[in-house]
Design a protein around this ligand. Structure first.
Ligand code: SAM
Length: 290
C-alpha cells in the first residue's frame, strides 16, 4: 500500500540536499552536446504550493528551503548556491527578485527545466493521485511535452525495461519513499541491472539517515556489488548519537560521478550548513572508487 505523500515534506532540508545534487549533476552533464535521457523513477509532483494543507501541516520547508531563501541575496560568494536559488525564484512568478516563496519545485521540474532539443525525460510515479497531479501540472513539461513521458507505474522495474535508451547518455534519479524495509535492497538490485545494461549511466540515489540505520544494508550491498565509482554525500542536522527518532540526515549517492561535481557540491553544501543549523555537518567520500 502506498501511503507516503511527498507534499507533507516538500522543501525540507533533504529536498534541498537532493535537488542541489540533481541541479549540479545536470549542469555538469549539459556541458557536452550529446543527447541525454533523464529518468526519474519516483517522480512525485512537479511543484508543491507551500500553503497546501499537507505541506502547511508539518511546515518542514521552514528549516529547509525557507532558511536558505531568506539568505539568497547574501550568497554572491557561492555562485552555485545563488544560481540554484535563482532557479527556485524563476518558479515563483514575481518580478525583480522580490518574489515571495510560494512553491517549491519537485524533481520532475529540476530534471526537466533545462532539457535541450536532443534530450528526453521519463517520469515514473506509482501512486494514482500523485500521478494525476504530475499529469495535470503544466509546469512539469517546460513547453517540451513531446520530449516527456509520464508513466503511471513502478519506476524500479520501469527503468530497467526501458534500457537500452536511444541516446548516448543516461541520467537516472532514484528517490524512493522507503516505506518498506525491502526497498533498500531493491534499489541495489535495480542499480546492478541498470549498470549492466548502461555501464556509463550517471545514477543518483537518495536515502534517509534514520536512527535505525537501515541505509547501511544498502551501502554494504553496494560495496559488495562490483559497481565502481560510487560517491556519497551525507548531510546531518544533528549528531547521529543524539538522534532518537525521525530523520536526522539525508544521503545521496552518485554513481559515475561527473568530473568536478564533488568539488562543486562540497562548496555549495559547506556554505549552506551554517544556514541549515549550528549542529549541521556534511561528509562526502568515495564509497567505492574507480
Ligand atoms: N522525487 C521527488 C522529488 O524529489 O521531488 C519526491 C519523490 S517521493 C520521495 C517518492 C514518490 O515515489 C512518491 O510520490 C510515491 O508515490 C512514489 N512511489 C513509491 N513507490 C514507487 C514505485 N515503486 N515506482 C514509482 N513511484 C513510486
Amino acid at each position: 500500500m502506498l501511503s507516503y505523500q511527498h507534499a507533507y515534506h516538500a522543501g525540507n532540508f533533504a529536498d534541498v540536499h537532493k535537488h542541489l545534487c540533481v541541479y549540479s549533476a545536470v549542469n555538469h552533464l549539459l556541458r557536452k552536446k550529446s543527447p541525454i535521457t533523464f529518468v526519474d523513477t519516483h517522480a512525485g509532483r512537479g511543484s508543491y504550493p507551500l500553503a497546501a494543507r499537507e505541506t502547511d501541516q508539518l511546515q518542514e520547508y521552514r528549516s529547509g528551503i525557507e532558511r536558505l531563501w531568506k539568505e539568497r541575496h547574501r550568497l554572491e560568494d557561492q555562485p552555485m548556491l545563488a544560481e540554484w536559488l535563482t532557479a527556485v525564484a524563476s518558479l515563483q512568478g514575481g518580478e525583480n527578485g522580490d518574489e515571495n516563496l510560494a512553491c517549491y519545485p519537485g524533481s520532475p521540474w529540476w530534471l526537466g527545466a533545462r532539457l535541450r532539443d536532443q534530450d528526453r525525460l521519463t517520469l515514473f510515479e506509482l501512486h494514482p493521485g500523485e500521478h494525476r497531479h504530475l499529469a495535470e501540472q503544466s509546469v512539469v513539461s517546460h513547453g517540451r511535452e513531446g520530449q516527456l513521458r509520464r508513466v503511471h507505474g513502478d519506476g524500479l522495474e520501469g527503468v530497467v525495461k526501458m534500457l537500452p535508451v536511444a541516446t548516448p547518455r543516461l541520467c537516472v534519479l532514484i528517490d524512493p519513499s522507503f516505506e518498506r524495509k525491502d526497498e533498500y535492497l531493491e534499489v541495489v538490485d535495480t542499480l546492478k541491472q541498470v549498470l549492466r545494461k548502461a555501464r556509463h549511466a550517471v545514477v543518483m540515489v537518495w536515502y534517509p539517515l534514520l536512527p535505525a540505520g537501515r541505509h547501511r544494508a544498502m551501502l554494504d550491498a553496494l560495496e559488495a556489488s562490483g559497481i565502481r565509482k560510487i560517491w556519497r554525500s551525507e548531510v546531518s542536522r544533528e549528531p547521529p548519537a543524539q538522534a532518537t527518532h525521525g530523520m536526522y540526515g539525508s544521503g545521496m549517492l552518485v554513481i559515475n560521478l561527473p568530473w568536478g561535481l564533488d568539488e562543486t557540491l562540497n562548496g555549495a553544501i559547506q556554505r549552506w550548513l551554517p544556514i541549515l543549523g549550528p549542529q549541521s555537518t556534511h561528509q562526502s567520500s568515495w564509497l567505492v572508487e574507480e
